[in-house]
Design a protein around this ligand. Sequence first.
Ligand code: BT5
Length: 320
Amino acid sequence: MAKDVLKYLREREYISGEVLSRKLGISRVAVWKQIQKLKDMGYRIISDQNLGYCLVSRPDLLLPQEIQRGLSTTYIGKKIFYFPELESTNIMAKEKALHRTEAIDEGTIIIAEKQSAGKGRLGRKWFSPAGGIWLSIILYPQLSPSYISRITLMTAVAAVKAIKICTQIESQIKWPNDILINRKKVCGILTEMSAELDIINWVVVGIGINVNIDHRDFPKDIQVNTISLKEVSGKEVLRVKLVQTFLQEFEKYYEKLKKKEFPSVLKEWKLYSHTLRRKIRVDMGERIITGEAVDIDEEGALILKKEDGELIEIISGTII
Ligand code: BT5
């Protein structure tokens, strides 16, 4: 109901309680209650005895009704679970995908203003204060589990595109899951899945973007290697717009992937690559390999040329 009240408030400058109660078929007291609800969410609404209610500003929050208004996707983000604070959107998304207690459609999103235990890869922590974008997308691709790296790579392309569209800022992709600006990390992607031998049950794609975060707020140990969009652009970035653009780009590239058009996505990935043609060291858990990053293959694996000329295919690892 609050959503319907909001719709009418947006349509005109002032709307009286009487008109609202007539349009919605509820009492004026019920209208007043919905107005209080919206105010509690952070909407600024003033009331004039003669003219009625007027929406002055909306909160800078990633509320589902704000994201879905003007979102042009077909299925990504059509259902959104929103939390002011959550342990981790990936944990919540995995629980929902696993148990499927409610109808969890493909493209359902979990989004939080803050995460108290944001996750990176391999048990690493992801710092997630207010002002960033922390969201996870639930997918049920009918693809083989070997597609998981490709999903991470296509997500990175969608993120770079969305950042460019919304802020004009150019960013680069560090294989496999980091987005960098001026060599500093602005965004990370965590793709998790459950699969049988040859079919994926579900995938959760988690993405974290440092948007309106001040540098001094980052923990000391990661300050030198991190950056936020606000710091680069010198002003606050509209997070709702960025989420919408990212979801739209994500759907576009995910559709390509499903149609087995990954080569064209990879081509774009290479354009934004910060990794190719560089001499790098890759931590593969049990060992560290040094060499030149010469290519990314059709499955999303990194091809490293060692000093002795041997070519190695790396499916997962961390560039250090
Ligand atoms: C990642 O891991 O980069 C994946 C990050 C995914 C975060 C999203 S937020 C929504 C969803 N829900 C979650 O719980 N997670 C996902 P990795 O490549 O392992 O990088 C982790 C490392 O990045 C840490 O060890 C830090 O060094 C650094 N780091 C932590 N927080 C950061 C931040 N906000 N910005 C930049 N770097 C950060």
